[in-house]
Write a protein that binds this ligand. Sequence first.
Ligand code: NAP
Length: 248
Amino acid sequence: MPERPVAVVTGASSGIGAASARALAAGGWHVVAGARRESLVEALAGELGPDAATALPLDVTNEVSVEDFLRNVSGCRLVVHCAGGALGLDRIADADIDMWRSMYETNVLGVLRVTQGLLPALIASGDGQVIVIGSVAAFEPYPGGAGYNAAKAGVAALCDVLRLETLGQPLRVCEIDPGMVETEFSLVRFGGDAEAAGAVYRGMTPLSAEDVAEVVAFVASRPAHVDLDRVVMRPRDQARVGLVHRQD
Ligand code: NAP
C-alpha cells in the first residue's frame, strides 16, 4: 500500500461514496474503493490515479467478498461506510420481508462486517476513524419507510455502542445523517423507475453527493482529539422527511 494514509470507502461506485472517494483523495488519502459494480470503482480509481486510489470488488452482504476485500487492505486509518440504501415504499401491512432483510443486511450487517474486519488496524493506526452515512430516516420515520427507518435506526445504535465500547482507545465514530441527496438512491428504491425517482426531487433543490462528501472530508480532517458524533444535514427545502418546499 502507498505512503498516504489509507481510507476504505464502501459503496464507492456512485453517489455519496464516489464523491467521498474523490474528496478524500484530494485531501491526501489513499482510498480503497469498494462496491459490487467493479467497472465503476475501477474507472474511479483510474481517474484518481494509483497514488490516490485502489479499486476492489466488494459486496458487504457477502462474508467471503468482505474477507477477500479486507485481505487486500493494510494499515487502514479511516473507513467511510456509504454502501446502503432503501428498497420500496411498502407499508407494513404489505411489507416484503425479503426487502427488509436486504436493507438490514446492507445498511447494518454490512457496516458490522467491514468495521469488525478493520477495527484492529484502525486502532493500531493510533488515530482511527469510522464514518457511517446514516440518514435522517433513522429518527424521522415515515409511512412506507419502516424497513429503511429500522435499518438506519439499527446502524445508529451500532455507532453509539461502538463509541461506548472503544472509549479510551484511539478511535472516533461519526454518523453523518443526510436528508434528501440526489444520487442513484431513489432510482434503486423504485426498482429503476426513473419517473418515480425524478418526482422525489421535483421543484426543490436537494443536496448533492458532493455536499455530503465535503462533510465527510471535513470530519476526516479534524485533529485526533475532536470527535463529531453525529452530523445532521439537509437541503434548505426540506424541514423534515415528508415536509418539503416545492416550487410548482
Ligand atoms: P447510491 O448512489 O445508490 O449509492 C449506493 C452505493 O451503495 C452504491 O455505490 C452501491 O454500489 C453501494 N452498494 C449497495 N449495495 C451494496 C452491497 N451489497 N455491497 C457493496 N456496496 C453496495 O446512493 P447514495 O445516496 O450515494 O447512498 C449512500 C448512502 O447514503 C446509503 O447508505 C444511503 O442509505 C444513504 N443516504 C442517502 C440519502 C439520499 O437521499 N440519497 C439520504 C440519506 C442517506 P454497487 O451497486 O455497485 O454495489
